[in-house]
Design a binder for this molecule. Structure first.
Ligand code: PT1
Length: 286
C-alpha cells in the first residue's frame, strides 16, 4: 500500500530565509508569555528567549514559532500592546542571530504587520486570518501563512466541541479559507494548512483528525501538525504535561507518516530524529 508523499518538492521563501519542504521539518515553539521564562524583567526574558531559540536551531529546528498570546484551552486574550511588547524585541533579535526563519503566532493584523517588519517570515494564525483585515494585511505583507482550524475561541473552545464529521468539516473549512486568501492575492504556494489539534476538539475528534490526516494532505497544501504535549496525550494515557514527550514524538511520527510537512514541537532534537527516521522508511525506494 502506498502512502502520499509529504508534499511536492518545494521550498518556501520566508521573507528571504528559506524553508525546505522537500523533507519533513520541525518548527520549534518559542512562547513569550510571563510564565514561560523566569521573571527577571523584560531584558532578561528576551535574552533567555533568544538563547532558547538558538538551542532549538542547533537541535535542528528549521523554523522558530514566536508567540506572545497563549491560545491554550481556557487562555484569556492579552491586550495588543502587551502582545507587541512581548514578541517584537525577540523577533528583532532573532532576525540577526538565526539563519532559519521565524514565524509569528498571532491572530492580530497589527501584530502580523509589526512582526514581519521586525523580521518574521511566516504568519501562523490559529484563527485562519478571520480577524477583520487579517487576509488583506497578510496578502500585502507577502509572506507565507499557516491557516489553522479552530472551533470557537480559546476561552471556551473545549466546553462542547461538536461535529457531524470532524475530518470533512475541518478540511472544508480550511479549503474555504485558502480559496478566500487566494482571491485576496495570496499565492497558492504561500499557504499551509493545520487541522488545529486541541482547538475545539474532543480527544476522539483529535484522534480521528490524525487517523485521517492524509485527507488534508490530499489537498496539495503543505500540512503543519501541532501535537506536542497536548491534552489528547494526557487524556489518552493519563499523563501530566511534563510526561508527554515520548507519546508526543509518536504522534509527530504518525503525522509525518500520513504526509505532514512540518511538525510544531517543544522538544526538537528527539522529534526531528524520529520524523527523519519515519521519512526514511516512508520514502524508501521512491
Ligand atoms: C498548533 C498550535 C499553534 N498550537 C499552529 N499553531 C498552539 N499552527 C499554538 C491541549 O490540548 O497546533 N498549530 N499555536 C498551542 N495550543 C494548544 C492547544 C496547546 C491545545 C495545548 C492544547 O493541551
Amino acid at each position: 500500500m502506498s502512502l502520499p508523499a509529504s508534499t511536492p518538492e518545494m521550498t518556501l521563501d520566508c521573507a528571504g530565509k528559506t524553508l525546505d519542504l522537500s523533507r519533513p521539518q520541525v518548527m520549534g515553539i518559542l512562547n513569550i508569555t510571563p510564565d514561560s521564562f523566569s521573571d527577571g524583567g523584560i531584558f532578561f526574558a528576551k535574552e533567555q528567549a533568544v538563547a532558547h531559540a538558538r538551542r532549538m536551531v542547533e537541535e535542528g529546528a528549521a523554523i522558530i514559532d514566536v508567540g506572545g498570546e497563549s491560545t491554550r484551552p481556557g487562555a484569556m486574550p492579552v491586550p495588543v500592546e502587551e502582545e507587541l511588547r512581548r514578541v517584537i524585541p525577540v523577533i528583532e533579535a532573532l532576525r540577526t542571530v538565526l539563519a532559519v526563519p521565524v514565524s509569528i503566532d498571532t491572530r492580530r493584523p497589527e501584530v502580523m504587520q509589526a512582526a514581519v517588519a521586525a523580521g518574521a517570515g511566516l504568519i501562523n494564525d490559529v484563527s485562519a486570518l478571520q480577524a477583520p483585515g487579517a487576509v488583506e494585511v497578510a496578502a500585502r505583507l507577502g509572506v507565507p501563512v499557516c491557516l489553522m482550524h479552530m472551533q470557537g475561541s480559546p476561552e471556551t473552545m473545549q466546553q462542547q466541541p461538536e461535529y457531524r464529521d470532524v475530518v470533512t468539516e475541518v478540511r472544508d473549512f480550511l479549503m474555504e479559507r485558502a480559496s478566500l486568501c487566494m482571491q485576496q492575492g495570496l499565492a497558492r504556494e504561500q499557504i499551509l494548512l493545520d487541522p488545529g489539534f486541541g482547538f475545539g476538539k474532543t480527544t476522539l475528534h483529535n484522534l480521528l483528525l490524525l487517523q485521517h490526516l492524509e485527507q488534508l494532505v490530499a489537498t496539495g497544501f503543505p500540512v503543519l501538525a501541532g501535537l506536542s504535549r497536548k491534552s489528547m496525550i494526557g487524556k489518552t494515557l493519563g499523563l501530566a504535561v511534563d510526561q508527554r514527550l515520548y507519546p508526543g514524538i509518536a504522534l509527530a511520527v504518525l503525522a509525518v507518516w500520513k504526509g505532514a510537512a512540518i511538525v510544531r514541537c517543544h522538544d526538537v532534537r528527539g522529534t526531528r530524529e524520529a520524523v527523519l527516521m519515519c521519512q526514511a522508511v516512508r520514502d524508501a525506494g521512491q
